[in-house]
Design a protein around this ligand. Structure first.
Ligand SMILES: [Zn+2]
Ligand SMILES: [Zn+2]
Length: 92
């Protein structure tokens, strides 16, 4: 089952409250965390085999993919360290 995380930057107050990660009943495709260099957002996108992952906001492919268990990442808006927190709940 997939889970959710939230991202929060206390410096510029940018936050994303409910980002799905992981995979559901099948292992592929799965949701991976990314930071988009094009629209400067943080989120997750579906990863398919043989397909380039794209930002779910701007559809650009200038993404930095991040591991599921990452807990600290530089804020895409201001560059200061932001915090990723696991959230309750799951999805299939
Ligand atoms: Zn920030
Ligand atoms: Zn983007």
């Amino acid at each position: 089952m997939g889970s959710f995380v939230s991202f929060q930057c206390k410096f510029c107050r940018y936050e994303e409250s409910s980002i799905g990660v992981g995979h559901g009943k099948t292992t592929s495709p799965f949701l991976a965390l990314y930071r988009c260099q094009h629209c400067n957002t943080f989120g997750s996108t579906w990863i398919y085999e043989n397909k380039i992952p794209r930002c779910s906001s701007c559809y650009d492919d200038a993404l930095t993919l991040l591991p599921d268990d990452v807990r600290k990442v530089n804020c895409p808006k201001c560059g200061e360290p932001g915090v990723i927190t696991p959230k309750e709940g799951s999805w299939e």
